[in-house]
Design a protein around this ligand. Sequence first.
Ligand code: DAK
Length: 259
Amino acid sequence: MADFEDIVVEHAADHVLQITLNRPKARNALRTNLLREIAETLDAAASDDALRAVVLTGGEKVFAAGADIGELAALDLKGVVEDARPGYWQRIAEFPKPIIAAVNGYALGGGCELAMHADIIIAADDAQFGQPEINLGILPGAGGTQRLIRAVGKPLAMKMVLAGEWIDARTALTSGLVAELTPREATIERAQALAATIAAKPPMAVRQAKDVLLKAFDTGLGAGLRLERQAFTILAATEDRQEGLSAFMEKRKPEFKGR
Ligand code: DAK
């Protein structure tokens, strides 16, 4: 596995890759190099058939305190326009396999936005989420205005983005930002177990399902239903569909091969 400066990459379970943000002294602030390392790791994972799900975590203390404020401060208008980071964010957003985020501690600004790039967020029961960019004279820049409002709805998203107020883990759960809460010491383990569960499912069906579910944010109901139908038809040609149906009828465990 390649060596990285700002992340640790390891295998967490069968077919599961784990990416751990590793700038603890800067509260895992997302400097450009860190984003580049995540994007490159995901690009490689996307084309590796042996990898079927990713756990993304900041470790046991903090998920991420947002963009690196020192880097932001050094950018003038030209720097903002030519910034490489939107390209890295885009690559993270386009990763086609499931990402499970394990959030301990703070997920603020770009940290909250990174968690929202995951498909499922598991959070510690004392985690905190926020979009405090307004305090810096900016606004969320990695999709936060769009993904947060879709996740938690208008009133809470407005409060978080306009007032910069953080929400606690319970609010994140009840508002729909987070799928599940665990005690802090169990968060990563639970995300790994969930990733392993998903990694044991037929990968083509998982991929189609993720793709179509996310399209719900971009399309109306009619177009979305057509995409679902299309995905359903594509899967009809897979060996894994045959295997899944046969295994059920034969009362045995299916063996999915990703074909
Ligand atoms: N950037 C750089 N350094 C940070 C940092 C950050 N976001 N957050 C913390 N640090 C550094 C601190 O400066 C400190 O460094 P030293 O003084 O030790 O050298 C060290 O981490 C420890 O910080 P604290 O002493 O403050 O630690 P505490 O545990 O007391 O507090 C905290 C932790 C996370 C509550 C606090 O550090 C904090 O409030 N941090 C800032 C949170 C924040 O405002 N986040 C939003 C950043 S703006 C874009 C995409 C995305 C974005 C923008 C554009 N494009 C693609 C265009 C996103 C913007 C943001 O996220």
